[in-house]
Design a protein. Structure first.
Length: 226
């Protein structure tokens, strides 16, 4: 019974992920006029402070490169919050398409796209994984396969309000590589919504390395500060 229920949840989730959200011609933030059916009007677009450089997250003498679409400020923060807490899936399209453009701009070559997973309890509560939605949009734009490589094996506290050390402790041991992964020597793009200390994506990257991948590149929609 339990496995059947999980299968139904997966089916519903997959159906949801196949939905294509139409562009109405209105800005998804302010509802103002947009040019060429873009997701954002020029006014809202200009409020976004895009990141221009590559970053690194380092822990225990290990480091991973990561890219962020924009700093967590006006415009980008509203898109992220509406996607994460208000089920506004059009925001996934707006963010995902821009994230895909960032991959192209930096001439990054990837074999597969994966995402930071959520626990089953979290999925049942929210109904979706926002990082998976972003990964799917990026995959559709780039024509790169999206694969589920990791499981989140324990519930964690919300990282909001925790200091840097507490965030690392909170997330440690939360992710596990799936045993059936065949990604050896592949270049993997790991997608998440927001990068703050980097604890979450670092721990996920550490698990992916166990499959002897060629490299892990991290990409998030926003870069935030504590």
């Amino acid at each position: 019974m339990g496995n059947e229920f999980i299968s139904v949840l997966k089916y519903i989730g997959n159906c949801m992920l196949q939905v294509v959200y139409p562009v109405s011609g209105d800005c998804i933030i302010c509802k103002g006029y947009t040019v060429d059916d873009r997701w954002l009007c020029s006014s809202c677009e200009n409020k976004i402070k895009y990141c221009q450089e590559r970053f690194e997250v380092t822990k225990n003498n290990k480091r991973y490169s990561y890219y962020c679409l924009a700093y967590y400020s006006k415009g980008i923060s509203e898109l992220v919050l509406r996607l994460k807490y208000k089920s506004d899936f059009a925001c996934a399209n707006a963010l995902g398409e821009k994230m895909a453009e960032l991959i192209v701009k930096n001439n990054l070559v990837i074999d597969f796209i994966t995402f930071v997973p959520a626990t089953k309890q979290s999925l049942m509560k929210r109904g979706y994984n926002q990082s998976q939605l972003l990964a799917k949009v990026i995959g559709e734009v780039l024509k790169v396969k999206v694969i589920s490589t990791l499981d989140k094996i324990k519930e964690t506290k919300d990282q909001i309000g925790l200091n840097e050390e507490m965030r690392w402790q909170n997330i440690s041991g939360s992710y596990k590589l799936r045993s059936d992964m065949k990604i050896k020597n592949k270049k993997i793009l790991l997608v998440d919504d927001v990068m703050t200390t980097g604890a979450t994506t670092f721990c996920c990257a550490e698990e992916l390395i166990k499959s002897e991948v060629n490299c892990v590149i991290i990409l998030t929609a926003a870069k935030s500060k504590l």
